[in-house]
Design a protein around this ligand. Structure first.
Ligand code: MF3
Ligand code: CO
Length: 249
């Protein structure tokens, strides 16, 4: 069941997402060779506490950290550790906040120092696929319009979209209906309505879309070892079109 939000509820979700955006913008400055992913996790948690909010992922199904930090062939749900980032890595940072009854959720993938042209292109296309999808988040469109926009952008560039993990509705729960696959057909699926909040999150592999979960029970990696990138925004559908709640401004 898809839960529609009133304008005052969308404002609360915006406040949560604003904290997420602030954290990601701070982390953007901190990501460089020599930093550990655990240091990034601690920075994120400190900011959220200062804002009187709660990191949404910590404790979720037993997940032990505030941040998901996924390096290179890690797709999503990488666990912060003493791993030191090195020049040429790419790192996906996924962060969520719970505040005043509403969840916010957003992710970015960043270069560590100078990266290869192919790593840079993968990140650029993945972010572009998210932007293309967001343009379809309007009342009267179909969920499949969003999915198809991601898939077309990604596959036209020669990459693949991960099948095993999907975007989601978000609000008073972190994961609400509908599920939002990053592949699908235009014109199919439920009708989009004003008041929906969607966490749209393309996960894009350089090679095949097949993934494995490591023995830590969390870290998702590409099966072929190729690079992967992930971007996510929480987007409210309004009569005036998409409203990106997890944008900094
Ligand atoms: N950001 C993820 C999502 O969109 C949630 C991370 S799983 C967690 O579903 F365990 F880390 F919370
Ligand atoms: Co999400």
């Amino acid at each position: 069941m898809v839960i529609l939000k009133q304008p005052d509820e969308i404002e609360k979700a915006r406040a949560s997402n604003r904290i997420v955006a602030e954290v990601l913008s701070v982390l953007r400055e901190k990501v460089k060779p020599g930093v550990t992913t655990l240091e990034l996790d601690q920075i994120a948690e400190t900011i959220v506490e200062k804002r009187g909010a709660r990191p949404a992922f910590k404790g979720y199904r037993g997940y032990p950290y505030a941040l998901c930090a996924s390096v290179n062939e890690e797709v999503v749900h990488g666990m912060p550790s003493k791993r030191v980032l090195v020049e040429g890595d790419i790192i996906g940072l996924d962060f969520g906040v719970y505040h005043q009854g509403f969840y916010g959720d957003s992710a970015i993938t960043l270069p560590v120092g100078r990266v290869s042209g192919k790593a840079a292109r993968l990140m650029e296309i993945t972010e572009r696929s998210l932007q293309a999808a967001i343009l379809h988040a309007c009342p009267g469109n179909r969920l499949g319009d969003i999915s198809a926009a991601v898939q077309q952008t990604v596959e036209a560039a020669g990459y693949s979209v991960v099948r095993d993990f999907v975007g989601h509705g978000i609000g008073r729960d972190m994961h609400e209906d509908p599920q939002i696959p990053n592949f699908g057909k235009k014109g199919r699926g439920i009708e989009l309505k004003a008041g929906m909040i969607l966490a749209i999150e393309p996960m894009v592999n350089e090679g095949s879309y097949s993934v494995n979960v490591l023995s830590d029970g969390w870290t998702v990696v590409t099966q072929d070892g190729s690079l992967s990138a992930h971007f996510e925004h929480s987007v409210a559908i309004t009569e005036n079109g998409p409203d990106i709640l997890s944008r900094l401004n």
